[in-house]
Structure formats: structure tokens, C-alpha cells
Design a protein around this ligand. Structure first.
Ligand code: NAD
Length: 280
């Protein structure tokens, strides 16, 4: 029935998060009264493991659900009753839904990336894709690429063991020939259709380009995951060099749209959310 839908975000250092205004404004436009709270573990000096207490409190308080962000996306798993197949495969949850006393974990990072790529770079070839960055965002991106039907994903990371572990996990789920790790960025890109960048390089705290500019051949499409700032150096340079480019904003907006759909059962208008996101 009617009433206020309660949702929120748990993580560390989430003060600048755009999720509260993004969720609340779109819910309002859908005719849903939704209040979206921040649970910043830094405010209480608490470690990631305290996410479980926030989940328990939100469940007891009648919340519809929670978004979960860094550094809680893995630790939260042990506090949930159920996982979607994708969240289980990724062993990472960014959205918790409470329904009839049950806490279910979902992952809308991968679906957000996939929907962002489909709508932002429609029709780009997905035969061979290079993924730079094998952390949480990279794992979600790789799952999204292979779920969309990418032929092969080559994973590169400064931490080569991390890249190999992600490729091994992808091989087990999607087939041995569809994921690999290692090699140089130059040789990987020479045989690729596109590049997805999922390291922190390009954020204000890590400025710069994650690879030499001359490797950005105009034949490549380039998808960026960093979204603060929206125009990273990679987005700017790849655009200048003539590549088709996707910024990190679509993934951020679609992961929020997919989470809001889970919280409310309504169908958010992702294009409208993107226009709002661009004004925030
Ligand atoms: P993470 O720390 O889990 O992983 C980053 C990985 O990048 C690490 O494995 C690290 O070794 C590697 N790396 C760092 N610098 C590198 C370099 N120069 N070359 C190769 N590898 C390098 O971080 P994460 O959680 O995966 O987040 C990565 C970025 O994605 C952040 O900027 C985050 O804000 C962004 N992100 C965006 C969205 C979105 O919705 N658009 C969602 C999640 C994360």
C-alpha cells in the first residue's frame, strides 16, 4: 500500500555520493515517496564488517533495501539469506532487497555497465575486448561484457595475480576460450575491438592516462568506468583521437536505475535519471 519507502547506502566515505538525490528524485517522478539515507561507516569510525549491523538495523526498521558500496560489497554477503545468480557468481553485492523478512543480495554494477554499453555505444563490435583493471568494477564489467555476448575478454592489471584470478573465474563461468589474462597493453589492443578502463586512474586523486595515448587507435571503442570526473583524461584523449567513447556516467546511472526498480517494483526512466545526474 501507500507509505514511505525507505532505502539507503552503506559504505565508507560516501558523503559525496549522488545516490540519495538520484533515487529520491526519480522515485518522486514515479509517484513513489522514497527516503534514501546515508550510512557512512567513517562517521562512526567503523570497519567494513559493521555493514552487517546496518543490514540488520535496516531490515528491522522496515527498509525496502540498501545499496552497498566500497568497502562492504563482499563482507555483506554473509549477512544475507539469498543471492541472485549474478551476485553469487560475482561474490559481490551492491543492492540488498528486504522482502517478507528475507534479505536478498543483487548486483546491478554488471547490469548497469551492460545497459550503459548497449545504449551508449550501440552496435559496437564485441569480438575481442581488453579490460584494464581487475578489481570490483572490472569483475562486474567482465561479467557484463561476456553476458552481452563478447567473444573474448583479455584482462590486464598491474597486479598480474589479480588479473589471472579474474580470468580463471570467468573461464569457469563462460568458457575457457572466452577469457585470458596478461600480456602487454600494446599487443592486447592490437587485436582488440574495444577497451574498457576500470582502474582508478583518471579520478581526481589519481590523475593521468592509464595507457600511452598513441595506443588509442581510432578503430577502437573506449568505455570508461571512472565517473568523477565524467570527462577523465582517457575520455578526453580517446575522443580527440577519434575513438567512439562511453563515459562512466551511464554505468553509475543504470546501476542506480536497476537498484531503484528492485526497491520499488517501479520502472525507472534511465534517460531522465541521466539528465538529473548531469545536473548534480
Ligand atoms: P579496485 O581498487 O577494486 O580495483 C582497481 C584495480 O586497478 C586494482 O586491481 C589495481 O591493481 C588496478 N590498477 C590500478 N592502477 C592501474 C594501472 N595504471 N594499470 C593497470 N591496473 C591498475 O577498484 P574498483 O572498485 O574496481 O574501482 C575502480 C574504479 O571504478 C574507481 O574509479 C571507481 O570509482 C570506479 N567505479 C565506477 C562505477 C560506475 O558505476 N561507473 C562503479 C564501480 C566503480
Amino acid at each position: 500500500g501507500p507509505g514511505t519507502v525507505l532505502a539507503g547506502l552503506v559504505g565508507s566515505g560516501i558523503g559525496p555520493s549522488l545516490s540519495p538525490p538520484l533515487h529520491e528524485a526519480e522515485a518522486r517522478r514515479l509517484g513513489v515517496r522514497l527516503a534514501y539515507a546515508r550510512f557512512d561507516l567513517d562517521d562512526w569510525g567503523l570497519p567494513a564488517s559493521a555493514a552487517g549491523e546496518v543490514v540488520a538495523a535496516a531490515r528491522a526498521a522496515g527498509y525496502a533495501g540498501l545499496n552497498v558500496t566500497h568497502p562492504c560489497k563482499q563482507v555483506v554477503l554473509e549477512h544475507l539469506d539469498e543471492l541472485s545468480a549474478d551476485a553469487a557468481a560475482l561474490a559481490a553485492v551492491n543492492t540488498v532487497v528486504f522482502r517478507e523478512g528475507t534479505a536478498a543480495g543483487h548486483n546491478t554494477d554488471w547490469s548497469g555497465f551492460a545497459r550503459g554499453l548497449e545504449t551508449g555505444l550501440p552496435g559496437v563490435p564485441l569480438g575481442s575486448v581488453v579490460l584494464l583493471g581487475a578489481g570490483g568494477a572490472g569483475a562486474a564489467v567482465a561479467h557484463g561484457l561476456l553476458t552481452l555476448g563478447a567473444g573474448r575478454v583479455r584482462v590486464l592489471d598491474l597486479d598480474t595475480a589479480r588479473a589471472e584470478a579474474l580470468a580463471t573465474a570467468l573461464q569457469a563461468r563462460f568458457g575457457a576460450e572466452r577469457a585470458s589474462a596478461g600480456g602487454s597493453v600494446a599487443s592486447a589492443l592490437a587485436a582488440a575491438d574495444g577497451l574498457v578502463h576500470a582502474t582508478p586512474v583518471g579520478m581526481a586523486a589519481h590523475p593521468g592516462l592509464p595507457l600511452p595515448a598513441e595506443l588509442l587507435d581510432p578503430r577502437l571503442w573506449v568505455a570508461e568506468v571512472v565517473y568523477r570526473p565524467l570527462e577523465t583524461e582517457l575520455v578526453r584523449v580517446a575522443s580527440e583521437r577519434g575513438c567512439r567513447v562511453l563515459d562512466g556516467g551511464r554505468m553509475a546511472v543504470f546501476q542506480a536505475a536497476d537498484a531503484l526498480a528492485l526497491f520499488t517494483g517501479a520502472e525507472p526512466d534511465a534517460a531522465r535519471m541521466r539528465r538529473h545526474f548531469d545536473r548534480l
